[in-house]
Design a protein around this ligand. Structure first.
Ligand code: NAP
Length: 312
């Protein structure tokens, strides 16, 4: 008998194929009456497959009284009610490490794109404006101080790349780490005041909600730039847009937003802003590795082994 599994929203096609082969799958987004489906199959379901975007609510978990495990495609689990899963004794797995390099690459890509005006330069050429004159001068990265909020797996991979660029590094977090030499700041406003570029690589969720507020943005100032590859919820987006429009912040490179895929229209006209549609881990290789890890976690659990990458 194949275990029954609820899929919250569309996942990588290769992962869906594996899940369809190994489980009886119930696709929540395809049914006209989700509650009716859950009332019918809920007691038989032992697993949820979801993503950092689709998440899993307490109400969904409660519709599945025999739920054992949630497999999340993605490392950020802030869209999953972790407290409820813990209270229910439900295992949550995510996909750390396999996506670290790609997300760090994108963070550094955004840093260079914003500081050097790479996207604006492309527009300058394509629009024919080069024929009328050169671009304004941009900012040097390698003489700057890059602040990293969240020196975890991705933060450290960013630091390695920034090191290679020759820039200095400092970091902010809940605690300092004995195994790194970079200066530590326990206060984000102070780090923002001292650094030229601030890169966010912390998880989303209640603890970090709007940790970049007006005070942090003003401390970064017109000569500074913010790069966010963490979560949209980390930043008070209205305050960010106000500062960028008013010229109180020098620039921003954003892969994540508060209400994805909706992005504040005011940003579209700004040349000092580079926008990405949440693609930190979006390469063929990494998405395949993430899918494989989701499947491997579920397989381990149903074979009676501990999951490979439990979130807690
Ligand atoms: P990680 O290894 O757990 O690192 C998270 C870092 O943030 C740790 O240094 C952690 O410090 C710090 N942190 C956690 N809570 C904090 C708080 N309340 N205040 C300050 N610092 C805090 O996770 P990771 O694998 O690097 O991933 C980080 C995040 O990147 C994910 O949670 C996700 O939101 C985001 N992400 C985005 C994309 C994308 O496509 N843009 C892709 C993957 C991941 P401690 O040592 O104190 O725990």
């Amino acid at each position: 008998m194949k275990p029954e599994l609820v899929v919250v929203g569309p996942l990588l096609p290769a992962l869906m194929e594996t899940l369809d082969r190994d489980y009886v799958t119930h696709r929540l987004w395809e049914v006209p009456d989700r509650d009716a489906l859950l009332a019918e199959v809920g007691p038989r379901v032992r697993a949820i497959a979801t993503s950092g975007h689709h998440g899993a609510t307490a109400a969904l978990m409660d519709a599945l009284p025999n739920l054992e495990i949630i497999g999340c495609f993605g490392v950020g689990v802030d869209a999953i009610d972790i407290g409820h899963a813990k209270a229910r004794g439900v295992i949550v797995t995510n996909t750390p490490d396999v996506l670290t390099d790609d997300v760090a690459d994108l963070a550094v890509g955004l840093l260079l794109a914003v500081a050097r005006g790479i996207v604006a330069g492309d527009r300058h050429v394509r629009s024919g404006k080069w024929l009328q004159g050169p671009m304004p001068l941009m900012r040097k990265v390698s003489s700057g101080l890059v602040g990293i909020a969240g020196l975890g797996r991705i933060g450290r991979a960013i630091a390695k790349r920034v090191d290679a660029l020759g820039a200095r590094i400092a970091y902010y977090g809940r605690r300092s780490y004995a195994d790194v030499d970079y200066p530590f700041y326990g206060d984000l406003v102070s780090l923002a005041r001292d650094c030229d570029y601030l890169i966010l690589a912390t998880p989303g969720g209640a603890d970090t909600h709007h940790m970049v507020d007006r005070a942090v943005i003003d401390a970064l100032g017109p000569a500074g730039a913010l790069i966010n590859i963490g979560r949209g919820s980390l930043v008070d987006e209205a305050a960010l847009v106000d500062a960028l429009v008013a010229g109180r912040l020098g620039g921003a490179g954003l892969d994540v937003f508060e209400d994805e895929p909706r992005v504040p229209q005011a940003l579209f006209a700004l040349d000092n802003v580079v926008l990405q549609p949440h693609v930190g881990s979006a390469t063929v290789e990494t998405r395949q590795a993430m899918g494989d890890l989701v499947a491997a976690n579920l397989r381990a659990h149903f074979a009676g082994r501990p999951p490979i990458t439990p979130f807690f």
